[in-house]
Design a protein around this ligand. Structure first.
Ligand code: ADP
Ligand code: MG
Length: 421
């Protein structure tokens, strides 16, 4: 039995018109002979009656007094409602189906409410229903702890549910359907000419997601990677394949990664840059600063240090607390709130000189000040101010010609290569 796991996000199940498309995708794969597990998110976004954030607002939102265990109970209902609505519409179309909650589907987690981690997968009931020819609908974002508590998996948790079920069932594909046609070369809200990336490695896409592209949760990618289950990110309203995520070895079978220098550009906005200066050489400066931040649970990022200077970023949320600490330590510092960290990602840049200089050139030509820069073998980061974000993304996107369509060409031996044309 070949299984496909399909995941439909909040916007995809929000209204009947969209769910019609959901049902078309279900029907198509079913008719091709696949056994189907369908993971759904809660319906819609904040303001829609049964969306996760709306449910949370019923009990005081971020400042809720409801204990975490009970909060998980409430939050898990959004996906259950969504599953029931889809189930009814599938029955209307004579598609037999069974709803299994996260726990019933065998997603076993630890006991940590609100952000539980999966510790075991026991999909026996899913398999039983699939054998009967049913589509199995699983409300995403939820599991059950070993002690029988309903738990939730944290933001983006439905992606994690889908990947976990894909691993448990050794799925042919895990298809993540969303409102964009794949993982794009840049956030389409900022760069109109961004286009879907055809293929990425697990490492590339996890990296991309960590660095800001919230199109798939990195934890889902890490799960799928453990068993080499192919992931596809696809558009609800698109008939294409979207972005296929594979192990490097599979990608190398039919295309050299090296011919693609840059895969895409991603960003995180609204971070604060902190620069601490010392007028003497102080080899302990960075140790003291980072220890103070760590002791107070403030995570730091984008670190550049020298014996007389330390630069790093913190989230907007942590800025006030970080400043209090720096004052207490009587350090000389400069705070720049409202910064954006832009990451240029590409496994193909490894060992190739000149990428950093191309990035700097693109930004300088566009008159965009660079506050900080750093690199690793697959990513180059630059920090600028939020007000330059859109312009910077566009300048980099153009410089690396990322809007160019990748085209398939027949190479010798009938091997298909994708190249930029
Ligand atoms: P879902 O509700 O289906 O889980 P998400 O909102 O979690 O959808 O993810 C899809 C959104 O991610 C897109 O609408 C898009 O605005 C955003 N996004 C940010 N960066 C990228 C990117 N590089 N590629 C694709 N989408 C991106
Ligand atoms: Mg999502």
């Amino acid at each position: 039995m070949d299984v496909i796991v399909q995941k439909f996000g909040g916007t995809s199940v929000s209204e009947k018109e969209r769910r019609r498309r959901v049902i078309e995708h279900i029907r198509r794969e079913r008719e091709s002979g696949f056994a189907l597990v369908v993971v759904v998110s809660a319906m819609g976004r904040f303001g829609d009656p049964y969306a996760t954030d709306t449910l949370l607002s019923l009990v005081g939102g971020d400042r809720s007094n409801l204990p975490p265990r009970e909060k998980d109970l409430l939050l898990s209902t959004g996906e259950i409602i969504s599953a029931a609505v889809l189930a009814e519409e599938l029955w209307e179309e004579d598609i037999p189906n069974t709803i299994l909650t996260g726990g019933q589907a065998g997603i076993i987690t630890n006991d940590r409410p609100n952000n539980a981690h999966i510790v075991a997968l026991k999909p026996d009931r899913v398999k039983e229903a699939l054998v009967l020819g049913h589509v199995v609908i699983v409300p995403g974002f939820q599991g059950m702890s070993q002690s029988g508590q309903i738990t939730t998996l944290g933001r983006g948790g439905s992606d994690t549910s889908a990947a976990a079920l894909g691993v448990a069932l050794d799925a042919k594909y895990v298809d993540i359907y969303t409102d964009v046609n794949g993982v794009m070369t840049a956030d389409p809200r900022f760069v109109e000419e961004a286009r879907p990336i055809r293929e990425m490695t697990y490492t590339e896409v996890a990296n991309y997601a960590y660095l800001g592209a919230k199109v798939i949760h990195p934890r889902a990618v890490e799960l799928a990677m453990q068993k080499n289950i192919p992931l596809r990110i696809r558009g609800l309203f698109d008939d294409g394949i979207g972005t296929v995520i594979l192990p490097l070895s599979e990608i190398n079978k039919h295309r050299g990664l090296r011919e693609r220098l840059i895969t895409g550009i991603t960003h995180v906005a609204d971070v604060t840059q902190i620069v601490v200066e010392s007028d003497t050489v102080d080899y302990k400066l960075h140790l003291n600063v980072f220890k103070a931040m760590a002791d107070h649970g403030i995570s730091v990022d984008f670190i550049n240090t020298s014996p007389s200077h330390v630069a790093y970023t913190v989230s907007r949320r942590d800025t006030e607390r970080a400043e209090i600490l720096l004052k207490q330590m009587e350090l000389t510092y400069k705070l720049t709130p409202g910064c954006a960290k832009i990451s240029v990602v590409g496994a193909g840049m490894t060992g190739r000189p000149g990428v950093m200089s191309t990035i700097v050139e693109a930004l300088v030509e566009a008159g965009i000040p660079i506050l900080q820069a750093a690199d690793s073998h697959t990513t180059i980061w630059v920090l600028t101010e939020n007000m330059y974000l859109k312009q910077a993304l566009l300048a980099l996107h153009r410089k690396f010609a990322l809007a160019m369509e990748e085209t398939e060409v027949e190479e010798d031996g009938g091997i298909v290569h994708f190249i930029s044309s």
